[in-house]
Design a binder for this molecule. Sequence first.
Ligand SMILES: Cc1cc2nc3c(=O)[nH]c(=O)nc-3n(C[C@H](O)[C@H](O)[C@H](O)COP(=O)(O)OP(=O)(O)OC[C@H]3O[C@@H](n4cnc5c(N)ncnc54)[C@H](O)[C@@H]3O)c2cc1C
Length: 461
Amino acid sequence: MTNVLIIGGGYAGFYTAKKLEKHLRNGEATVTLVDPLPYMTYQPFLPEVAAGEIEARHVVVSHRRHLPKTKIVQAKVTGISASDKKVTVAPVGGGEPFDVEYDELVVTLGSVSRTFPIPGVADQAIGLKSVEEAVAVRDRLIANFDKAAGLPAGVERSKLLTVTVVGGGFAGIEIFAELRSLATYLLRSHPEITFDEVQFHLVEAMGSIMPEVSHKTSLWVLDNLDQRNATVHLNTQLMDATGGHCVIKTSIKDKDGNLTEPEKTVEFDSDLIIWTAGVMANPVLKNSDLPLEPRGRLRVRADLRVEGDDGIVEHVWGAGDSCQVPDLSGKGLPFDGSCVPNAQHAVRQAKRLAKNVTASLRGELPRDYLHKPAGAVAGLGPGRGVFTGGGKKFALKGWVAWMMHRGYHGLAMPTWERKLRVFGDWSEQLFIRRDIVTLEKVQEPRAFFEEYASRPKTDAK
Ligand SMILES: Cc1cc2nc3c(=O)[nH]c(=O)nc-3n(C[C@H](O)[C@H](O)[C@H](O)COP(=O)(O)OP(=O)(O)OC[C@H]3O[C@@H](n4cnc5c(N)ncnc54)[C@H](O)[C@@H]3O)c2cc1C
């Protein structure tokens, strides 16, 4: 039977498998999904997980439970050979890598955090691409408040109470604003700490934040953050973060690249540094014979088939962040007109891709992917949000936009089983407020046992 192999079970991979299960007739094809993780992650909820507004497990969707007709292989793809129609995978449980053959290959490997060689960042910073990172951020902030409450004023205390976010895109601003709201909430239970002691710094290299919203709306967000004692440093770069000591440099230049005012360097200690300054296509694609564009994304046609200089690469398809898909709506990225890497596109591309694969198995022609972006909505902490639509001409701010954020994402969360858990978390908090317990010790579950466990006596000679 024809085997459709999907590599990457995030947004695009999960939806491709789900829709193939729906479209394919019995006996028409088997579907196999390879991913090192047993679940897809609803990444737009990571800031709310970090802020303790949604229980972490509720923002991931189990492959095995929700893709009952798909064969799940929990492994990491390490190489792709389109010429041999096979993919090499390394099982997560260990053991030798092995090859998986395919008749149709769907590449949905997503993106990874893009970093720069800044001293200290690799050792100190936490990314925000996985639910595990979001949990670690929440635990760290709460634990730091607990520790700081018992310390006298000084460098160590202020380091624990300083949060730094690098990157002023959607994800950066959302996590910054959500953590600010969590920190303010924590002050109720930590009377030893004052509002002014808690410092929030966001470092953004460009002169504005959130390119997805209009300039006017982004100014409103900046103003809102400023009122909440959360400082945004525009035109600023993180130069060093060694040992949590951050050195940031502000350089304001005109359009010819000349400085318009003297450069300014600011230094502070920060125990929690979150890196959200951009993403890049999954680098494993470089270990393949597939056609990639200069930024490392897979070259994909509007009908989601992969195409190189010599024409279509037969039986290979792609969708999501790891692919350069032309945006036929004309609202694509300014430098090449391809779809913006976001969930809105990933999920819709996946739905089109599943239809196209099914059509091609039946000898029919695939159709082009076309989606006109509906706008963008961001949550900035309970009761605060922004929505922008109509090609950035229309904007809503505050409470209404926050309700729209929750309504949209709550309903966009895949499967009713998961939607109900998320809405359940939100409803609970209306009555009993957010939980501030951390289980940081889960990182070392054997520690308690090891400390007290009796050991066999050694013969004393
Ligand atoms: C904090 C945050 C907030 C966001 N908010 C929004 C938002 O509000 N709206 C919006 O539209 N978009 C948002 N996005 C972007 C959106 O989540 C992504 O665009 C979307 O997840 C892309 O889907 P994807 O399937 O291409 O990649 P992913 O969902 O990242 O899936 C990639 C999958 O590939 C798997 N994988 C990786 N390496 C391998 C390998 N070697 N072998 C096999 N599998 C592998 C991964 O485990 C993962 O399951 C946000 C992203 C982040 C990080």
